[in-house]
Write a protein that binds this ligand. Structure first.
Ligand code: GDP
Ligand code: GDP
Length: 456
């Protein structure tokens, strides 16, 4: 398994030094004479056991001021378009410059994953620049020193994730195929976009097959691609309100529909697999029976895997007192699944079809929340309010200080909070902050990640 990484960065952040560090000085074609325009350098990089192609794009130093931004933009787009991952270097000693911001904007728009590297971080001088780098909205920066070879471990972890990433195409698609990948390897992040991947899970007999059947239409289920019989997982794509949706892992449901399944047990492995491939997971429960232990287990797996859940209360046609049952289900969820506070409930009857039309809009809504990006300044204004309303306790006579919060990624929204003594912050205070985040930024019904980091 090999991939191509593009080094992106303004002049002087240390790209050549970085390139040499990864490729090995002997192999690099060094032409660092000032004024000499380097076009592109390529080499085989190695970080521990990972080997990949690395491309250093340089050469816009000679651009005239007026055209600088657009040239940077074009070059970066081209470089990134041909790569599987962008290694974006900034100079932590110099701090962010307008060119860094231009580059970051281009990278945020692209569909290629970005590893943000705060170079020149050896010693203390890089500390402010490192924090500032969070502001770029490209995730957590890796403190690095190309000159000293520091930060290779973190870089390895980030690259490993890229190398291990299962391409979407690994979920066997139906014969409509996937047009997400452009011919030149550029992933289309445009409006047609990558599909929202929806999985339907739940205990046996809650009505999953009936629901899937309803969703995609009986005809397709019966006459669908034979693939459904032979493959382990099959997916079905369609458009809903201009959004691409993909129902994944339906083969198990199809098979199940054919055999007498009264004794079938919930396969944790199958469920986990469906959850991992999905963005949104609909947990189907039997509204009459209520939420059972196995349903909670599934919901907790979804929270742990960081996916966006929906609670589908099926067989709603059998429910007499609908208000009471609705309240009961929500209370059950609230009490047993605090990590999914605000979980969305979709009551429906797969059998009669009633309410089924509400499932996809709910899936799109929770998907959007799961994708939320919250800018750093409103986050820190929010933090200030929270701290004032209810200051963190003093522990052993010393005050805890929470200095800064930033969102490092989405899907699910993930936040890092910098504190003077992160380990001393009580669980109850973290809950106060997490619940506050949900409320202030409408992050209901999805798992959140909130981690604490030390800072002086
Ligand atoms: P490029 O223009 O982005 O290719 O940058 P270079 O690799 O030519 O480096 C620019 C300057 O930054 C040179 O003087 C390097 O020695 C210096 N430099 C590169 N990496 C580091 C680092 O990790 N720490 C420090 N302090 N300086 C570095
Ligand atoms: P699965 O094991 O979760 O795939 O469940 P099935 O789709 O096979 O459904 C199990 C049983 O529940 C079948 O007898 C269905 O007809 C019945 N069923 C499914 N959905 C509903 C519903 O909305 N209302 C009622 N009353 N029965 C349903």
């Amino acid at each position: 398994m090999s991939f191509t990484a593009a080094i992106i960065g303004r002049p002087n952040v240390g790209k050549s030094t970085f390139f040499n560090r990864l490729v090995g000085k002997r192999l690099a074609i060094v032409s660092d004479t000032p004024g000499v325009t380097r076009d592109r350098r390529e080499g085989n990089a190695r970080v521990a056991d990972l080997e990949f192609r690395i491309v250093d794009t340089a050469g816009f130093e000679d651009a005239r001021d007026g055209e600088l931004a657009s040239r940077i933009q074009q070059q970066t787009e081209r470089a990134v378009g041909a790569a599987d991952v962008a290694l974006f270097l900034i100079d932590a000693r110099a701090g962010l410059t307008p060119i860094d911001e231009v580059l970051a904007a281009v990278l945020r728009r692209s569909a290629v994953p970005v590893i943000l590297i705060a170079n020149k971080c050896e010693g203390r001088a890089g500390q402010p620049g490192l924090l500032e780098a969070f502001r770029l909205g490209l995730g957590e920066p890796i403190p690095f020193s190309a000159a000293h070879g520091e930060g290779m471990g973190d870089l390895y972890d980030a690259l490993r994730e890229i190398a291990d990433r299962e391409p979407v195409a690994d979920v066997p698609a139906d014969d409509s195929g996937s047009d997400v990948e452009g011919t030149n390897g550029v992933t289309d992040a445009g409006d047609a976009g990558a599909p929202l991947q929806l999985a339907v899970v739940g205990r046996p007999n809650v009505g999953k097959s009936t629901l899937v059947n309803r969703l995609i239409g009986d005809e397709r289920l019966v006459t669908g691609p034979e693939a459904g019989i032979t493959r382990d997982a099959i997916s079905i794509d369609w458009l809903h309100d201009g959004r691409r949706l993909r129902l994944i892992d339906t083969a198990g449901l199809r098979r199940r529909a054919r055999i007498n399944d009264a004794l079938e047990e919930l396969s944790v492995q199958d469920t986990l697999r469906a959850i991992r491939f999905a963005h949104v997971v609909a947990v189907v429960v039997d509204a009459v029976q209520g939420i059972e232990k196995q349903d909670l287990t599934i919901a907790r797996m979804i929270a742990e895997e960081g996916r966006a859940p929906l609670l589908v209360a099926n067989k709603w046609d059998l429910v007499a007192d609908k208000d009471a049952i609705r309240r009961h289900l929500l209370e059950q969820a609230e009490a047993s699944l605090p990590q999914l506070r605000g979980l969305r409930l979709v009551p429906l009857s797969a059998l009669t079809g009633r309410g089924v039309e509400r499932l996809l809009p709910a899936a799109v809504a929770v998907y959007d929340v799961w994708n939320s990006q919250i800018a750093t300044s409103p986050l820190n204004r929010w933090l200030a309010v929270m701290l004032e309303r209810h200051p963190p306790p003093a522990v052993e006579g010393r005050r805890l200080r929470l200095r800064y919060v930033t969102q490092t990624r989405s899907r699910p929204p993930t936040f890092v909070l910098f504190a003077n003594r992160p380990a001393a912050i009580p669980e109850s205070y973290i809950r106060y902050l997490a619940n506050g985040l949900r409320e202030a930024f409408d992050l209901d019904g999805i798992p959140l990640r909130l981690t604490l980091r030390g800072s002086r």
